[in-house]
Design a protein around this ligand. Structure first.
Ligand SMILES: Nc1ncnc2c1ncn2[C@@H]1O[C@H](COP(=O)(O)OP(=O)(O)O)[C@@H](O)[C@H]1O
Ligand SMILES: [Mg+2]
Length: 157
């Protein structure tokens, strides 16, 4: 997919909600896990995207950046979302301590900021969302990394 320009914060939120609707549509048909890597520099909009994603699914209130906690869990009726931020991960052992594998269960969606910090220990992504600066705006590009990812982005919202 060609990069799309997101001219302001609201457009990043809307983009997060669009992908959330597609994930929801996918989970309505499959008992599965969805892994989304969020890639981009500090301030590129990864947490903003996550906020749009979570609010679309019905989360009301703050979406805290999980920079210090590493993960914030969100429970919905028939699935869970785990929002990770590994920017401050010191060593991959921390992932073992937090029981990382448990999060990648059926009917969970994992949104992962800074997956690059984990030395390839995480399950691979179904989708990668690449966010980048364009002067005061941002661009976003979605890559399906496997058939599941392709199926998700082919679904209607
Ligand atoms: N499309 C956009 N255009 C301009 N600013 C944006 C856009 N999307 C997000 N921002 C702003 O960028 C800042 C950093 O966003 P954040 O989501 O915290 O980045 P990250 O999690 O990638 O470090 C926030 O102040 C947010 O309002
Ligand atoms: Mg962030």
């Amino acid at each position: 997919m060609k990069p799309i320009i997101l001219t302001n914060e609201q457009e990043t939120i809307l983009f997060g909600s669009k992908i959330a609707k597609q994930c929801l549509n996918y989970l309505s048909k499959h008992d599965d896990t969805i892994v989304i890597y969020l890639i981009g520099d500090l301030g590129a909009g990864k947490t903003t995207f996550s906020r749009g994603f979570l609010q679309q699914l019905g989360h009301i209130g703050n979406v805290k950046s999980p920079t210090y906690t590493l993960v914030e869990p969100y429970q919905f009726d028939s699935f869970s979302v785990y929002h990770f931020d590994f920017y401050r991960l010191c060593s991959p052992e921390e992932l073992e301590f937090m029981g990382i594998r448990e999060y990648f269960a059926l009917r969970s969606i994992c949104l992962i900021e800074w997956p690059e910090q984990t030395n390839g220990i995480l399950p691979s992504a179904d989708l990668e969302i690449h966010l980048a600066y364009l002067a005061h705006e941002r661009t976003v590009c979605v890559q399906a990394k496997n058939e599941k990812g392709q199926a998700i982005i082919n679904l209607s919202q």
